[in-house]
Design a binder for this molecule. Structure first.
Ligand code: SF4
Length: 244
């Protein structure tokens, strides 16, 4: 592959180049410098998703956006998705889901999320997502350091197996998100008004209290803090010889 970013394999240089800069410029340069790469964004259409999707839409509203529908999302999330797709003119949002047979087998002993949440996330989120993202060389996520729960040292660019993963909002704060959404009059997820600040599946998401990390309401009371799609795949791209 002739694209500069994937050939460079210099994640440290990429991170230094863009840290604290314009996230819009980062995404624009990523797309311009990797025209032959297959690039997608990934969004759960949750509490803070509007910013990344708006940035993407300002550059290329036809960029594929992967949306993992676990079948356990809040109805409000589906409404927010429809609202954002309409408002931003997103043209290629792809719903990714486990097949019905796999879910039926997983639930054969009762609701899987009640018995084994790691297995449920693997079935409903991680496996379908990994299959879908395997069609791409680069994926863009909306994670931020301020969200806590292990994201405090999130880089802008990181390796994810053979793929490059980009987190253009890594250095944004919650205040930045609010200011940006207000400046562009972006639709907000309706559950924000009920105290939800990170919004995943309905059975595994609760509102957060004052002073808690944004993701404290996810899998509350459990040691689990991520569904698994953000656990880096191995080997990292920097250890491989070529991305082509
Ligand atoms: S967040 Fe909960 S309901 Fe959703 S896939 Fe994971 S365990 Fe299942």
């Amino acid at each position: 592959m002739a694209d500069a970013l994937l050939e460079a394999r210099d994640l440290a240089a990429l991170n230094a180049r863009h840290e604290g800069g314009s996230s819009l410029r980062l995404i624009r340069e990523l797309l311009e410098e990797n025209r032959s790469a297959r690039i997608c964004a990934v969004s759960g259409f949750g509490a803070g998703s509007a910013v990344l999707l708006h940035l993407v839409s300002r550059i290329d509203p036809g960029l594929p956006v992967l949306f993992v529908d676990t079948g356990k999302l809040f109805p409000a999330t589906h409404r927010h998705r429809a609202e954002l797709v309409e408002a931003l003119g997103l043209r290629d949002v792809r719903t990714v889901s486990a097949d019905a047979g796999a879910i039926a087998r997983g639930n054969s002993g009762g609701a899987l999320w009640m018995r084994d949440r790691d297995a449920c996330c693997d079935l409903r989120k991680v496996e379908p997502f990994r299959a879908a993202v395997s069609d791409f060389d680069i994926w863009i996520s909306g994670r931020k350091r301020y969200q806590g729960a292990g994201r405090e040292t999130l880089p802008l660019f990181e390796a994810d197996g053979p793929r490059l993963k980009v987190n253009p909002l890594a250095f944004w704060t919650g205040g930045d998100i609010d200011v940006y959404c207000a400046a562009f009059s972006l639709p907000r997820h309706e559950l924000l008004a009920q105290g939800y600040r990170s919004i995943g599946c309905e059975p595994c998401t609760t509102p957060v209290r004052e002073g808690e990390d944004e993701r404290a309401g996810r899998w509350r009371g459990l040691t689990k803090s991520e569904c698994g799609i953000h656990i880096p795949q191995t080997p990292p791209i920097a250890a491989e010889g070529s991305a082509s």
